[in-house]
Design a protein around this ligand. Structure first.
Ligand SMILES: C[S@@+](CC[C@H](N)C(=O)[O-])C[C@H]1O[C@@H](n2cnc3c(N)ncnc32)[C@H](O)[C@@H]1O
Ligand SMILES: [Zn+2]
Ligand SMILES: [Zn+2]
Ligand SMILES: [Zn+2]
Length: 480
């Protein structure tokens, strides 16, 4: 194997050069929407009662109205018989998996509002929440529930045949469809059964996708990895072995190869980002076949082929990642080809590193607003926790700027020696500490006598494991 990839410069590294504009262009969805989501209030319940009367009189159908705002509904509600308008769909996409660290949901399951969302389902596997307004509409004992909901099993967990609000019996599958881009939504039936995952990872690097799945305890039947850099493949093979099979360059992932390895349940990848990054002064045009964006089209090619090969028998989950600093028109082009908008996720909410990335995909919960600033296993987010114990140093700052393949980006992760005589010396982060920052086991990249710069290069390209684990966490309900 030979490397044909240069350093993956990342304009987030401009932070290191003194730019403190953490929020960049400020038009990124998740944070900005957060406030609006908090404020949305469902219309008063007697508006709903009026609509229900027309449905009762056979003048209208529940399938035509939005169960959240009672305007015209244009797509099916994922949980219940009834519809959602586009705006309410977007809100539900962001709120339906938003939970506290203890697993309690934060927003109403029916309308996605946070205000007065007060009653939680008592089923420990559910903990979904319902707002006063929706309870008033759909039950005749909302007062009692609000006072005492200790043993209440919700509309999903204990459906009652006579109730007007009816849960889909296959709502878990409907949730998958709800996350599917519009163009493929209508045309496909959906098949999914709980099973160990068959994964295809393009541009796999050091196998962070598999690390995240293992961290979650999700069983993986096979993990095919396309990667050309020998050093990266050596790390993932040595550390992850077993289910991981390298299948060479993405160019070799042909239709015939895909048919051989099908079905695939989960397709993931973050293609080389050199031309996408704002720091690259001479980026190639997006459609220039000599540029790095050609790898993006490989992802699209494989996605479309695999969808076709899986056919009606197997739904395909997918995730495409890239840098948040790319020019807006690149982002729009990618969104157009993938037929959806990206979620913007910053590793700073999950780890001690600022690392903003765009994620396109159809993984349930990808667009969730993350309330808590905690990693999956409750580890602290401060850099101090990543330092090697007893190293006699302390972190000079709480979080570090984006680590890249550039050696200088290590400098800002300086630590201070804390000798008793307070003789302050500075030091850079050690590689084992960077690995910890990325959510990897310490020494993960220490294989095959690899040099420090080579190890740093691999880490500079890598995904932040707690971010990927957070995205994959909702797959637990769909796997064994
Ligand atoms: C942005 S990095 C992705 C790193 C990965 N997500 C991780 O966590 O380690 C892009 C990767 O694509 C790889 N790559 C470049 N050309 C490739 C090709 N033709 N086929 C497969 N992978 C390739 C690079 O070696 C690099 O590891
Ligand atoms: Zn609506
Ligand atoms: Zn509600
Ligand atoms: Zn429930």
């Amino acid at each position: 194997m030979n490397s044909d990839s240069d350093d993956c410069y990342d304009s987030d590294a401009t932070y290191f050069c003194g730019s403190d504009d953490d929020d960049g262009d400020g038009n990124f969805g998740v944070e900005a929407d957060g406030l609006l989501l908090e404020k949305w209030i469902p219309p008063l319940f007697y508006l709903a009662k009026g609509h229900l009367q027309t449905i009762h009189n056979d003048v209208n159908k529940l399938e035509n109205v939005c169960l959240a705002c009672w305007e015209k509904g244009t797509c099916p509600h994922p949980f219940f018989v009834g519809a959602l308008c586009q705006q309410c769909k977007q809100r539900l996409l962001r709120t339906m998996f938003s939970k506290t660290v203890d697993g309690f949901h934060l927003y109403c399951t029916i309308c996605g509002s946070k205000s007065n969302a007060c009653v939680s389902c008592s089923n420990g596997k559910c903990y979904r929440k319902y707002c006063v307004n929706c309870l008033n509409i759909w039950t005749d004992h909302s007062d009692k529930l609000i006072k005492n909901s200790d043993k209440w099993f919700c509309f999903l967990c204990l459906p009652e045949p006579n109730q007007i609000l009816q849960a889909h019996h296959n709502w878990a599958q409907k949730v998958l469809l709800f996350h599917e881009p519009l163009a493929v939504y209508a045309s496909r039936a959906l098949y999914w059964k709980r099973q160990p995952l068959r994964v295809l990872s393009l541009f796999d690097g050091i196998g962070t996708g598999l690390v995240a799945l293992r961290k979650l305890g999700i069983e993986v039947e096979v993990y095919y990895a396309s990667e050309v850099l020998t050093a990266a493949a050596t790390v993932s093979r040595t550390r992850l072995g077993g289910v991981l099979h390298h299948i060479g360059s993405v160019g070799e992932v042909t239709q015939q190869r895909l048919e051989e390895i099908s079905p695939i349940h989960l397709l993931i990848g973050g293609s080389p980002c050199n031309d996408f990054s704002a720091i690259n002064r001479f980026p190639k045009d997006f459609y220039d076949p000599r540029g790095y964006s050609r790898y993006f089209f490989d992802f699209v090619r494989v996605l479309n082929l695999m969808r076709k090969i899986n056919g009606q028998h197997q739904h395909l989950l997918w995730l495409f990642e890239n840098v948040a600093s790319m020019p807006q028109h690149y982002r729009e082009t990618i969104s157009r080809h993938l037929d959806c908008q990206p979620a913007v996720i910053d590793a700073k909410n999950f780890s001690p590193q600022l690392r903003r990335r765009l994620f396109w995909g159809n993984i349930p919960g990808l667009f969730t607003v993350h309330e808590q600033q905690l990693t999956q296993d409750g580890e602290s987010l401060s850099l101090e926790k990543s330092l090697m114990p007893n190293s006699g140093r302390r972190a000079a700052q709480e979080k570090i700027r984006t680590l890249t393949t550039n050696t200088n980006s290590l400098l800002q992760g300086r630590t201070e020696n804390c000798d008793e005589d307070d003789n302050l010396q500075t030091d850079v982060l050690w590689l084992q500490e960077i690995e910890h920052v990325f959510g990897l086991p310490r020494h993960f990249t220490d294989v095959g006598n690899m040099s420090r710069t080579d190890r740093q290069k691999l880490l500079g390209h890598a995904w932040s494991v707690p971010v990927i684990a957070s995205i994959f966490s909702n797959l637990k309900a769909y796997t064994v």
